[in-house]
Write a protein that binds this ligand. Structure first.
Ligand SMILES: Nc1ncnc2c1ncn2[C@@H]1O[C@H](COP(=O)(O)OP(=O)(O)OP(=O)(O)O)[C@@H](O)[C@H]1O
Ligand SMILES: [Mg+2]
Length: 270
């Protein structure tokens, strides 16, 4: 479990996190929703240990985390895929292994791990390609392979499906879901993509005005008459007609929205 307690973070007088607290359950997928610029990426960077908050603390399994301390345990997929353009796919994925290894490992073992990770994201044989030769969805999958190759137990995803077509987005979402299960990982995922969120999320948190005013299990979260949550759902764009595997999504959403009109009808009937 990750406990975020009373986190404050400002940049040049711009107060972004203002006493934010959140309990993130272990071995589940927590979705953070919120408007653009509210500080979701900032929150993830604090949890990843990439920045130090001005005040407050983050406990991982009741242990305080420090900058650089838990980098082996925590992996983050950035809002841009952030691959190294001058490196091949293989070098990009292996980079994570080199930088997270305590001892020098033999090249054969690293190559095998890289190949396995690429197969996991359905990019077997892509080792020698460069990021510039890949599509946006493929780059996102390389970034995912780079993340899962060293098996962190906490995975942070910043907008992993943004900018992708619905089919590719759903593919990435199901890879995240299967990765979470195979690694028994604790996942925190920031997204504007309400369809992905509903399909794979277990626990939901709304980020607003520098705090998390409301969080809860999926059913709980969407069944409360919480105006902020309602406003967010109402404003979400739902590409209902174009969705692949619509029956599955409809089913997920139906469970969530049972007897509830406020889950937009488009999802239920897509
Ligand atoms: N390194 C930084 N230096 C100065 N300001 C920053 C820095 N990082 C973030 N901010 C500011 O903090 C605020 C929140 O930024 P953040 O990137 O977390 O938003 P977000 O919720 O992730 O938005 P989006 O949904 O558009 O990605 C913004 O006003 C941003 O300008
Ligand atoms: Mg962001």
């Amino acid at each position: 479990m990750i406990s975020v307690k009373n986190l404050w973070k400002s940049y040049e007088g711009n107060s972004v996190l203002r006493g934010l607290s959140l309990h993130i359950p272990a071995n589940r997928i927590t979705i953070i929703l919120g408007q653009s610029g509210v500080g979701k990426s900032v929150l993830l960077r604090q949890i990843a240990g990439l920045e130090i908050p001005d005040e407050g603390k983050i406990l991982i399994d009741n242990e305080p985390m420090r900058k650089g301390h838990s980098r082996k345990d925590v992996g983050m997929l950035f809002q841009s895929s952030a691959l190294f353009d001058s490196m091949t796919v293989e070098e990009n994925v292996a980079f994570a292994l080199h930088s997270h290894r305590d001892s020098a490992s033999d090249e054969g073992a690293i190559q095998k791990q890289v190949a396995d990770a690429l197969e996991n994201v359905q990019l077997a044989g892509f080792q020698k390609k460069y990021p510039s030769e890949l599509s946006g969805g493929q780059r996102r999958r390389v970034a995912l392979a780079r993340l899962i190759v060293y098996k962190p137990r906490i995975l942070l995803f910043d907008e992993p499906t943004t900018g992708l077509d619905p089919i590719t987005a759903q593919h990435i979402a199901s890879l995240i879901s299967s990765t979470q299960k195979s690694l028994h990982a604790t996942v925190v995922l920031v997204t504007h993509d309400i369809v992905t969120a509903l399909a794979i999320g277990d626990y939901f948190a709304l980020h607003q005005d520098g705090i998390i005013p409301f969080s809860g299990d999926k059913l709980n979260f969407f069944s409360q008459k919480e105006p902020l949550v309602e406003a967010f759902i109402q404003s979400a764009t739902l590409p209902s007609k174009e969705l692949p595997a619509a029956p599955r999504l409809a089913q997920v959403c139906y469970t969530v929205g049972e007897n509830r009109e406020r889950i937009p009808k488009e999802i239920l009937t897509s």
